[in-house]
Design a binder for this molecule. Structure first.
Ligand SMILES: C[S@@+](CC[C@H](N)C(=O)[O-])C[C@H]1O[C@@H](n2cnc3c(N)ncnc32)[C@H](O)[C@@H]1O
Length: 498
């Protein structure tokens, strides 16, 4: 389907009939008690068509749709069985859920494919296809629902439906982005909704909708008492009979693979050595240099002539994510040793560096981030003693391959990282090598895989890395004595002295 304004505004990718049939077949098997069906954003009504073909138990069908063109097509659905079909032009956001007819309180299935669009995309095109303010207030503020200001409108719609079926003999089954399905699952868990049998079936969105996004069918049904634990079975496709993974929930967090996680959950606490981002300067053309034939060039291809005093070999994400770590070919101008310290002394200590910085003053002064306001001239961030420790374990924050690298000094200088990388730094090579051994073990990989959603945009975050407890990892690997020798001995010595 051509992507025009209307498509964006209403997220109007219609579900192909054959996919709708495959889904309804699966769903009716799971929920044989269904007597009524609601397709709340029914478009041209393919889920209704598919249901009529496949199910004889359904006695009433409701289709709601905002677009009058689609309604025309949906209204043309005919049926020679004894079924009440009601297709209405309706805005989902204006539905008063307390006024739904009595027979939609029991044995009802909500099914379909809500719009695939975010509120900020709608904001950009000036669309009002959003929840009304009064609805937000009923929920205690929109932030309370989603915890952030950018959201998929399908997320809002599905939360409404999940809350409606909670505690009822009713079910839901919707095609959504995988990221949305996870948010709905999180909402169900956090609010302890009376919902069970949560299943996620991955679908090939490229094949069915010609869009490159991870998508799935999310299914679940209401129940009468809270489930013992909230889990969701993840199937690779609609036809798979057994799940590939079980997603879980613990301490407010989603867990990608709860079975593996449960075996290693003691590792999930706090890293003893903090993970940090690399250096942030927001001006790579001025602050980073490429080494070519022994000469340094900045991002404007100007050859620069400054002494090494403030220059450090550097890696960025693409270097770190590379299978084979090569020698650094880039340098970074590091103007401060700690956040916020004065930079005027560069003028005296390294006049050429100062002159270079002055010559690009405009670029540096116009850096947008508010952190640079009222900071010393030519400031950088994400810098501290740790940036200058010789040994580092590093990982890219941009790439999905979860591989740690151990790096040491280069030409007698510590290698620094840009802010697309994460690092843990060490003065001692022995400690760095030991921690690297722990982190690159199979068990560490299994633990990380169990908590990471690889299909998310940036699966690796500093918060996630900081959850890996090294001592517990060492215990699993039978290396606790070595761990104690390297990290706990000093503590004991100090205690004895005391
Ligand atoms: C992804 S399409 C799916 C259509 C249909 N459910 C299907 O599966 O073929 C989403 C549909 O939601 C409709 N829609 C968008 N915003 C809506 C709203 N606020 N209320 C009701 N329908 C809406 C669009 O017009 C579009 O037909």
């Amino acid at each position: 389907m051509a992507k025009n304004l209307k498509t964006t505004e209403f997220g109007a990718f219609q579900t192909p009939l054959n996919l709708a049939e495959q889904i309804t077949q699966l769903v009716f098997k799971q929920y044989p008690y269904i007597k009524s069906l609601v397709e709340p954003t029914c478009g041209i009504g393919n889920f209704i068509r598919a249901s009529l073909k496949l199910n004889d138990n359904v006695k009433s069908i409701y289709g709601w749709e905002i677009n009058h063109e689609y309604i025309k097509s949906a209204k043309s659905i005919s049926c020679n069985k004894c079924i009440d079909i009601s297709i209405e032009q309706k805005d989902f956001f204006s539905v008063d859920w307390s006024l739904l007819p009595e027979h939609l309180k029991e044995s009802v299935l909500f099914i379909g494919n809500p719009p695939w669009v975010t509120n900020s995309e709608l904001g950009r095109i000036g669309s009002k296809n959003l929840p009304h303010k009064t609805n937000f207030q009923n929920y205690g503020g929109f932030e309370a629902i989603t915890g952030k200001s950018n959201f998929d409108i399908s997320e809002w719609m599905l939360i409404k439906i999940a809350e409606y079926i909670s505690g009822k003999k009713a079910a839901l089954s919707f095609l959504v982005k995988t990221s949305v399905a996870r948010k709905i699952f999180l909402h169900i868990c956090k609010h302890r909704l009376l919902i069970k049998n949560i299943n996620i079936y991955n679908i090939d969105a490229k094949k069915h909708f010609d869009v490159s996004v991870d998508a799935c069918l999310l299914c679940s049904e209401g129940c009468f008492k809270p489930p013992k634990e909230y889990i969701s079975s993840i199937y690779d496709s609609l036809s798979d009979k057994s799940p590939t993974k079980i997603m879980g929930y613990t301490n407010g967090k989603l867990i990608a693979d709860i079975n593996t996680y449960n075996l290693l959950k003691d590792v999930d606490s706090q890293s003893e050595i903090p993970w940090r981002s690399g250096i942030k300067h927001d001006c790579s053309k001025v602050m980073e240099f490429n080494l070519k034939d022994g000469k340094l060039f900045n991002g404007f291809q100007e050859q620069i002539d400054i002494p090494g005093d403030y220059l450090y070999p550097m890696y960025k994400s693409s270097h770190v994510a590379n299978d084979k770590l090569k020698k650094p070919v880039k340098y970074m101008l590091v103007t401060q040793k700690k956040i916020g310290i004065e930079t005027d002394s560069i003028k005296i200590l390294s006049p050429k560096t100062w002159t270079y910085l002055q010559s690009h003053k405009e670029k540096l002064d116009s850096r947008k981030s508010s952190i640079y306001k009222n900071a010393p001239k030519f400031s950088i961030f994400g810098v501290g003693d740790y940036s200058f420790h010789p040994w580092k374990i590093v990982i890219s924050g941009l790439y999905k391959n979860i591989k740690f690298k151990l790096i040491g000094p280069f030409q007698k200088k510590p290698i620094v990282l840009d802010d697309t990388c994460y690092m843990m730094s060490f003065k001692s090579k022995k400690k760095a090598e030991f921690v690297y051994r722990l982190l690159s073990s199979k068990i560490a990989g299994e633990f990380i895989d169990s908590i990471v959603f690889k299909d998310s945009k940036r699966p690796i975050t500093v918060a996630l890395l900081n959850r890996i407890n090294l001592k517990h990892l060492a215990k699993h690997l039978g290396l606790i004595e070595k761990y104690n020798l390297l990290f706990e001995n000093n503590k004991h010595k100090q205690l004895n002295l005391f």
